[in-house]
Structure formats: structure tokens, C-alpha cells
Ligand binder design. Structure first.
Ligand code: PRP
Length: 537
């Protein structure tokens, strides 16, 4: 093993990089101190149970773990809020509330391998403990605006949502918990069309109109009006309006937007939630919200609100593309490329450069502000995730194989239809044995999840292509693979025995680009919908 390189997700920072980080940290910590916040520092390692007790939404697999001398499970601090709540409920228990605390610390999270994410994230943030109500929310959001003003000179905005909105709507619709979680995921991922379809059985409920639109309700304050026009006045919407007006009065109105589909981590946050987007950054640079139940979990019930700035992200130099209003679309080379071109042409876009690409990989459309980039399917996701492409067209198979990814999946484009299936040699009794079965697949993540959900332990063997060979050569008992016409299976004596998931081409969007280039991206989505409609005519 090469011990000279740094572990994946970590980096050495040299000279100018250190300078940029220190400058951003200096700006933020000075701002927090000027506003009466006192610095707090907690250990880099904490007991794993601390985060369990707090109901913290960071998944177990994202925490970096260590075992201490007595065998107790420790984690590298995955966030700063929980340890600060622990201190507030113990060492600071006798101190009067509200308490204003700030931190300048690194948090540690293990990301997926080879995706270019960082495991060490330097954060600067505040926690305002023991203060509830609108005044405290105005103070925290104003400070968030000031913070980004100090470190994002190219422009930024902060969007507000309300954690209770989705929860209340789902309760009102009497959705079973599993259905509500499915709807939450669709809203969080901005699956515009899929959400509507999923909620179809609830169409007669009064909350339906708003819930079905929730993923699309982001932008300026007109979003609140649209929401109210759908279901009338609701306490969460009234509160967001009141908060906005108060922020306007203190001169922060310009920086504020809304995203009523901000429904992440719903059990943790209890009121206003917010995210900051900076011109140039491909991911949110600030994240925060009200969490009134956390201190209570440590025995000192009190309301609280806080936010953290990702200092690494704001100190970085951004790619030029992010400042450009011209869209960049990553297209999966081959069949999906041809089908996307057909769809765009039906919507009136001149795609002649993409139709005769030669060896060129980037093509500008002559009559629409869009550059098309030709890439392999998994790379389409990578370019969109990192924000160097605003949009991508990629198969659901690739999305499922990548697992949880931070991008919006806005449209099912309706072409590239096929399915993932479990297939065996004809005559095999796959389920009728206790022996651990061997599964060959190009999609190990999809296959693992499928069998995990069934509670079956299997051995997965990754194959790069022509997976059908594996059972023929008796390397595997079955395959999990794409089936389109079924011809490859038939001609090789295999039969599908269970469907795993349907597959088709999807339009995906970078989360930050969706907010910063909203008009351009919505126009392109509309064009795609036009192309889809004209093909079904
Ligand atoms: C895919 C898939 C199957 C075949 C299914 O392979 O892995 O082998 O297509 O299509 P059918 O149901 O219409 O026969 P691909 O053509 O991508 O080649 P590969 O297996 O070599 O990657």
C-alpha cells in the first residue's frame, strides 16, 4: 500500500489554498464575534451513541468510526451542532439562555469512493440556543446573509423552506408512513412528473394541489402566493411570509428566495430551514434551520436555530461555466444521444452539430443557448454532480447504480425504456436452495440492494459486459441485468424470473444550477416536455 499519498477524500493544503481558507474563516469568525457570538470548540472524536441519541440525520455509513481502548465505538465528528447541544446541556447548563455560540471546526464524513468529494469539511457556523420565535429566526437568517455577503463576492442567495409544511400536508392526506417517505424523496429530488403520478390516488384530498406542486415551488416571494392560491392560507406559509417581511425590513429581502420543496431531514428540523447558494458553486454553501427538539434530547429542553458555512466551498475558485447563463447539457453518447436529439428537434431546437459530431465532444446549438457535451453514462452524472454541466440525460440504470446522489431528477423522458431483471438458466430453481447464490452483474449496487431488500445474502460478482455468459459458464447462478427486447436472454437459454426495477432516460439537473439559472433551466424542461408531447401525438 502506498503510504505516501493522502487517504481518499483528504488533501494537503499549500500556500495560497491555506490563505484562501484562512481569509474566509477570518471574515466569518470576525462577523460572528461582532454579533455577540462566543467561540466554542469540541473534540474531533465523540461517542457514536451521542449522534444516535440526538436523532441526527447523518447516515451511519457516512460517519468515520474508531474503536477506543475500552471497545466503545467513536466517530470523527460528523457535524458540530450535536456536540454543541451536548455542551449546552452539560457544562453550560447553569448559563442563562439565550446562548450565542460559534465554531470554526472541521467535520468528517465519508463520501462515496472516487466521486471527488471531501471527507474533511471545514465549517464555520453559529448556534443560537434558547431563542425561539420570529426574532431569533430573523437574527439567524440575517447573519447567514451577512456571512455569504462577506465570502461570496460573485453573488448569492438564501432560500427558505419550512420543515413542518410537508409533514402537515402528508398528515392531512392521511398518507401511510412509507408512502409519505416516498413522496418526500420525490419532492426532495424534484421528480416533477413522477411526483404527480405518485400522488394520483390522493387527488381528491384538499392538500393534494399543494403537495403535488411542492417540488416546483421555488423562486421569489411569488412562490408563497402560488402556494396560497392552491390551498389557501396555512400557518407555515403565513410564517414564511412574516419572516420574509421582517427580513425585508432589516434590508435582507434582496437575498431571500424560497424553496417549499426543501424537505430534507424532516425529523430533525422543526421550523424554518434554509440553504445558501453562491454564484459559481455547484452545491449549497450554507445549510441551517430551526431544531427545537435537540437540546431536549440531552435533558435541557430549549428552542434553537443555527447554520454552517462550507468554508472549503466558498474559498474555492469556481469554474467559468457556472457564471455563464448558457446551459451546458451532458448527453449519454449513443442511443440516448440520438433519442434526445430527436426530442429536442421536435421542440424546435437545431441540433445539427450534435448529429454530425465527428470526434468533437462539445457542440453549441445555433438557435438555443445550450452547449451539448457527449459523455459516457456514469460521467454524465459526475459532470452534473460537480456543477460543470447544468443538466444531463442519463438512464435510470446508471442513476440507480450510483446510489444516493445530490442532483434533481426532474423528468422521465419516456425513451430508452427497458428493465432490470433477475435471470437464470432455464430449469434452474433459484429460490429453492439454502446455498449462498452467486450473482453476476454489471450493476453490483443495484443487485446488492435488490437482495438486501429481500433479506437474502448473495455473493455478487462484477462483470464488465455480456453478463449472460456467467451462468452459461457456471460462474454464477443468476444475473441481474438490463433486459430490453429479451432477445439476448432467449438466445442464450436464460429466462427472467423477477423484475428488479424499470429503466428509462431521465433529465437530471445540478441542484445549485436549478436555483441560480432557474428561468433558463425551466425553459429547457418545458422544451423537453413539448418534445415529449409532440411525439405522443
Ligand atoms: C445490454 C444488456 C443485455 C442486452 C439486453 O447489453 O446488458 O446484454 O443489452 O438487450 P435485449 O433484451 O434487447 O437483448 P449491451 O448491448 O449494452 O452490451 P454489453 O452487455 O456488452 O454491455
Amino acid at each position: 500500500m502506498n503510504m505516501i499519498a493522502t487517504p481518499e477524500g483528504t488533501q494537503d493544503r499549500l500556500f495560497a489554498q491555506c490563505g484562501a481558507l484562512r481569509r474566509a474563516q477570518g471574515e466569518l469568525t470576525c462577523l460572528f464575534e461582532r454579533n455577540g457570538y462566543a467561540e466554542i470548540s469540541t473534540p474531533e472524536v465523540e461517542y457514536y451513541d451521542l449522534f444516535l441519541q440526538s436523532g441526527n440525520p447523518i447516515p451511519q455509513e457516512a460517519m468515520l468510526k474508531i474503536v477506543d481502548r475500552s471497545g466503545k465505538l467513536m466517530v470523527m465528528r460528523p457535524d458540530c451542532t450535536t456536540p454543541i447541544a451536548r455542551v449546552a446541556a452539560t457544562k453550560l447548563k447553569a448559563s442563562p439562555l439565550p446562548q450565542r455560540l460559534y465554531y470554526n471546526e472541521t467535520v468528517f464524513r465519508s463520501g462515496a469512493a472516487h466521486q471527488g468529494g471531501s471527507s474533511e469539511i471545514p465549517q464555520c457556523g453559529i448556534e443560537l440556543l434558547g431563542a425561539g420565535g420570529i426574532e431569533a429566526d430573523v437574527e439567524a437568517v440575517t447573519l447567514a446573509v451577512e456571512a455569504l455577503k462577506a465570502v461570496c463576492p460573485e453573488g448569492f442567495h438564501i432560500e427558505l423552506g419550512h420543515a413542518a409544511l410537508f409533514r402537515e400536508l402528508a398528515n392531512q392526506m392521511e398518507m401511510p408512513e412509507t408512502q409519505a417517505e416516498e413522496a418526500r424523496k420525490l419532492i426532495e429530488g424534484k421528480h416533477f412528473a413522477a411526483l404527480k403520478e405518485f400522488l394520483h390516488p390522493y387527488e381528491d384530498r384538499s392538500a393534494y394541489a399543494l403537495l403535488a406542486r411542492l417540488s416546483q415551488l421555488f423562486g421569489g416571494k411569488e412562490v408563497l402566493e402560488e402556494a396560497e392560491s392552491l390551498v389557501g392560507s396555512r400557518p407555515e406559509l403565513c410564517y414564511l411570509r412574516e419572516l420574509y417581511e421582517a427580513l425585508e425590513r432589516v434590508g435582507c429581502g434582496e437575498a431571500i428566495r424560497f424553496d417549499l420543496g426543501l424537505v430534507h431531514q424532516i425529523d430533525y428540523y422543526t421550523g424554518v430551514v434554509f440553504r445558501g447558494y453562491a454564484q459559481g458553486a455547484g452545491a449549497p454553501v450554507l445549510s441551517g434551520g430551526r431544531y427545537d427538539n435537540l437540546l431536549g434530547a440531552f435533558g435541557r429542553p430549549a428552542p434553537a436555530i443555527g447554520f454552517a458555512v462550507d468554508v472549503d466551498l466558498v474559498a474555492r475558485e469556481f469554474p467559468v461555466q457556472a457564471f455563464n447563463t448558457r446551459l451546458r447539457l451532458a448527453l449519454t453518447k449513443g442511443r440516448l444521444q440520438d433519442k434526445t436529439v430527436e426530442l429536442m428537434e421536435r421542440a424546435g431546437l437545431d441540433c445539427s452539430p450534435v448529429k454530425a459530431p465527428g470526434r468533437r465532444l462539445v457542440h453549441s446549438l445555433p438557435n438555443y443557448p445550450l452547449d451539448a457535451v457527449l459523455a459516457k453514462a456514469p460521467d454524465v452524472i459526475t459532470y452534473v454532480e460537480h456543477g460543470v454541466c447544468d443538466l444531463g440525460v442519463v438512464g435510470k440504470d446508471t442513476i440507480l447504480e450510483r446510489g444516493n446522489s445530490p442532483f434533481y431528477e426532474v423528468l422521465d423522458l419516456g425513451f430508452g425504456k427497458c428493465r432490470f431483471a433477475l435471470a437464470v438458466k432455464e430449469g434452474t430453481d433459484f429460490f429453492g436452495t439454502y446455498r449462498t447464490r452467486r450473482i453476476a452483474t454489471k450493476y453490483p449496487h443495484v443487485a446488492r440492494k435488490f437482495f438486501e431488500d429481500k433479506g437474502m445474502d448473495v455473493e455478487i460478482i462484477k462483470i464488465e459486459g455480456s453478463v449472460e455468459l456467467a451462468p452459461i459458464l457456471e460462474l454464477a447462478d443468476a444475473i441481474v441485468d438490463i433486459v430490453e427486447t429479451g432477445a439476448t436472454l432467449r438466445e442464450n437459454g436464460l429466462i427472467p424470473i423477477e423484475d428488479v426495477a424499470p429503466v428509462s432516460a431521465r433529465l437530471i439537473v445540478n441542484t445549485a444550477a436549478m436555483k441560480l439559472k432557474k428561468a433558463e433551466i425551466l425553459d429547457f424542461i418545458e422544451k423537453c416536455q413539448m418534445g415529449m408531447e409532440s411525439s405522443s401525438c
